[in-house]
Design a protein around this ligand. Structure first.
Ligand SMILES: [Zn+2]
Ligand SMILES: [Zn+2]
Length: 171
């Protein structure tokens, strides 16, 4: 970098025209954020190095880390991943699921049949059907019914039209 280049360095992005300028046309918050990110890699590398050192020299720290990763590995079952997904995506807990399942008598809310599909882990649980707009859980469906209404875009209008068509054409 040549002398004087610093003064011509581009502005730091800042969306706060009302705040006082600090340097390179940024407010102090955006300026320090910029620097925080600028040295991010170095900072992360330093932390990594420190962790490595502690791992090598502190038996207690090492055991704690090992125990953590064992706990984490033990949790990574297909069933646990599924619950985690349901909880984070729809806020649905295992208790909510079993309550719904009980309400529906363990059967699909549309065809009133239990799930018949299996995968490599065994019988599939009923799928959680949710509104794609609001994310609200509507009920539990078998895979066929769930993909069936999905293919008609979850649209009552289209489903009614399909019904009318089928009744008219199926003699
Ligand atoms: Zn700013
Ligand atoms: Zn069904």
């Amino acid at each position: 970098m040549r002398k004087g280049d610093r003064t011509t360095a581009p502005d730091i992005p800042c969306a706060h025209p009302d705040r006082p300028r600090m340097h390179r046309n940024a407010c102090s918050a955006c300026f320090s954020l910029f620097h925080h990110n600028l040295h991010r890699e170095k900072r992360l590398a330093r932390a990594r190095k420190r962790r490595k050192e502690r791992y090598a020299t502190e038996p207690e720290y090492r055991e704690r880390l090992k125990a953590n990763s064992r706990r984490h590995a033990a949790k990574q079952t297909p069933a646990w991943s599924r619950w985690k997904k349901l909880r984070t995506k729809y806020g649905l807990t295992a208790a909510d699921y079993s309550r719904l399942l009980k309400q529906q008598g363990g059967k699909c809310a549309i065809c009133r049949q239990p799930e018949t599909r299996v995968n490599q882990y065994g019988p599939l649980p009923l799928s959680v059907d949710h509104c794609h707009k609001t994310g609200r859980v509507r009920g539990l469906l078998c895979l066929l019914c769930n993909t069936g209404i999905g293919k008609l875009q979850d649209s009552p209008k289209l489903l009614r039209a399909a019904l009318t068509y089928l009744e008219k054409e199926t003699k």
